[in-house]
Design a protein around this ligand. Structure first.
Ligand SMILES: [Fe+2]
Length: 287
């Protein structure tokens, strides 16, 4: 990636964010290792009571539609698979990071988290016809799509956005002009530092311009449509909610229409509530 000097500087402003719990870090690195197996992952998760409880609740959540609840970590790990376990861990980490007002974007405490978990859930719904794996990947990319805002927002606070010069412009224009990178690019850089796969970085980087995706557009399209739909539903809007251009090729790719938005409207509010309740009910200690 070029622009590395300014990106490093901006990423360093993410340095005050809470660290990822040690067991969570170890599980993520185990998931990256093709030689590790599910039994080892289950054993490691069992060492952290908070994560173990969260994984169990996640496996028993409505999305996975189990007829009989699972009661052990081993069963939960088998039900979820490695990608969904990664999602549980990232969701709990991101919830801690995002649990504050993001004033530069006009977001109240909780707004960015709500928006991000909603985009994650919607991206997974949109992509699920393409298969379980891609749906879980879409969830991860959706969850992290706007995380770069955390690095830029303190810098944006000093800018008078009511000035006529900014009327009709999106936050992406503003970010590019002031910092040389936008929040999508920074989010991808953070994903790289967390050693997430290139496909996910690409979808995060191109969630506003999915046609420029270089890793196969299905993920970037799903996150883009999810982001648009969640904006249209008015969830976590902040100041830039009304300046979002919908990419028509994403619409074509997923045959996205009003019925599909209707389905999201039916499921997403409950999904936000249950995910938030699951994550807030546990108290994951930081490293
Ligand atoms: Fe975004």
């Amino acid at each position: 990636m070029e622009k590395s000097a300014s990106v490093s500087l901006l990423i360093s402003s993410l340095g005050n964010l809470p660290a990822m719990p040690v067991v969570a870090q170890k599980v993520l690195s185990m998931i990256r290792n093709p030689k590790s197996n599910m039994a080892e992952i289950a054993e490691l998760l069992s060492l952290d009571q908070s994560l173990a409880v969260l994984v169990l609740r996640w496996a028993n959540s409505a999305y996975y539609g189990l007829r009989h609840p699972v009661t052990t970590i081993n069963q939960a790990v088998v039900v979820l698979g490695q990608q969904a376990i990664r999602n549980v861990i990232l969701a709990s980490t991101v919830a801690t990071m995002m649990d504050r007002p993001v004033e530069g974007y006009g977001l109240e405490k909780g707004d960015l988290w709500q928006h991000s978990i909603a985009v994650a859930g919607a991206a997974r719904e949109i992509a699920k016809d393409k298969g379980y794996e891609i749906a879980e990947e879409a969830y991860t990319a959706g969850l992290l799509a706007d995380i770069g805002k955390l690095a830029l927002e303190t810098l944006l606070r000093g800018i008078d956005l009511s000035s006529p010069e900014w009327q009709g412009k999106s936050f992406e224009d503003l970010e590019e002009q002031f910092f040389g990178v936008d929040h999508a690019y920074l989010g991808a850089e953070l994903a790289r530092r967390w050693n997430l796969p290139a496909r996910l970085m690409d979808a995060i980087e191109h969630h506003h311009d999915p046609q420029d995706s270089k890793e196969g557009r299905s993920l970037a399209y799903a996150v883009h449509l999810a982001d648009y739909s969640i904006m249209a539903m008015g969830i976590g809007l902040g100041r830039d909610g009304l300046q979002y251009e919908l990419d028509s090729s994403a619409v074509d790719f997923y045959e996205f229409n009003d019925d599909k938005i209707g389905e999201l409207i039916d499921v997403i509010p409950n999904f936000i509530e249950s995910s938030s309740a699951m994550i807030r009910a546990i108290n994951i200690p930081n490293a």
